[in-house]
Design a protein around this ligand. Structure first.
Ligand code: URA
Length: 234
C-alpha cells in the first residue's frame, strides 16, 4: 500500500513537471501565433485575438449564421507583406483558413514565382464568413466588415499591402477606381497608424477564368518582388 502511494506521488510529480506554470499563472494573452518563426509580441497577439473575438461576437450578421467557420487569416503575422482577397469560399469555410481551394493553389504558385510562401506573408479577406453559394459580398456586407479589415491591417502593420481583385480594391481604395486602370501601380495609404504601399492585382479566381491576363499579373508580381528588395524585407 505504502509502495503504491509513493509510486502515485512520483507519477504526480512527473506530471507536474510537464505543466508550463508560466502559462498557467500568467494573466497575459496566450500567443496563438507562436508557430515556426511566427512569434509576435504579446501586444500584437492580444490585439489580433480581440479583433477575432469582436468579429465572432457580432450580433446581426447573416453570413455568420450560415457559415461553418470564421475565416480570419493565415500565414505569418510578423510579415511585412499582407495580402487581402474577397471572401471565403466553400473550402475556406470548411477549414477556417483563407485561400485553401483552387484559387488558393494559384495564389501559392503566384507567390512561389517571386520566392514567397505562407510563412513569409500574411493573408486575409475583406469578409470573414463565406457568402452563401459563393456569391459576391453585398455593399452592405462590405460596409459591415470594413472596420474589421481596416483594424486588421493596422495591427499587422504591413509595409506592402496586396489587394486581390476589385472587391478588395473598391472596399479599401474607393468605389471610383477600376481594376484595369488601378492594377500594377503603387499608392500610399494609411490605416490608422499604419502607413503602407498598396498594389492591386488580379484575383487568382479571375485569372483562372481569364488565363490571358496572367501576363499582367506577372508584371504586378515583379513589381512586388522589386519593392521587397527595395524595402529589404527578406
Ligand atoms: N477567394 C477569396 O477571395 N478568398 C479566399 O479565401 C478564397 C477564395
Amino acid at each position: 500500500m505504502l509502495k503504491k502511494n509513493i509510486l502515485n506521488k512520483v507519477k504526480l510529480l512527473e506530471y507536474y513537471k510537464l505543466i508550463n506554470h508560466n502559462l498557467i499563472y500568467n494573466n497575459s494573452a496566450i500567443n496563438r501565433y507562436k508557430k515556426d518563426n511566427f512569434e509576435i509580441s504579446e501586444d500584437k497577439a492580444r490585439k489580433l485575438e480581440l479583433l477575432k473575438k469582436s468579429i465572432l461576437n457580432q450580433k446581426s450578421c447573416n453570413l455568420k449564421k450560415q457559415a461553418k467557420n470564421i475565416v480570419f487569416s493565415d500565414g505569418n503575422a510578423k510579415s511585412k507583406i499582407m495580402i487581402i482577397g474577397e471572401a471565403p469560399g466553400a473550402n475556406e469555410d470548411e477549414e477556417g483558413l483563407p485561400f485553401v481551394g483552387r484559387a488558393g493553389m494559384l495564389l501559392d504558385k503566384m507567390l512561389a514565382a517571386i520566392n514567397l510562401d505562407r510563412k513569409k506573408v500574411y493573408v486575409s479577406n475583406i469578409i470573414n464568413y463565406r457568402p452563401p453559394d459563393n456569391r459576391k459580398p453585398t455593399e452592405e456586407e462590405i460596409k459591415q466588415y470594413l472596420p474589421f479589415i481596416s483594424k486588421h491591417i493596422e495591427i499587422i502593420n504591413p509595409k506592402i499591402l496586396v489587394l486581390l481583385g476589385s472587391t478588395a480594391m473598391n472596399a479599401l481604395i474607393g468605389k471610383d477606381v477600376v481594376i484595369s486602370k488601378m492594377r500594377g501601380k503603387w499608392i500610399e495609404k494609411k490605416f490608422g497608424n499604419c502607413k503602407t504601399s498598396v498594389i492591386v492585382t488580379f484575383h487568382p479566381a479571375f485569372l483562372m477564368r481569364q488565363p490571358a491576363q496572367k501576363k499582367m499579373a506577372w508584371i504586378d508580381l515583379k513589381m512586388i518582388r522589386d519593392k521587397i528588395t527595395k524595402f529589404k524585407i527578406y
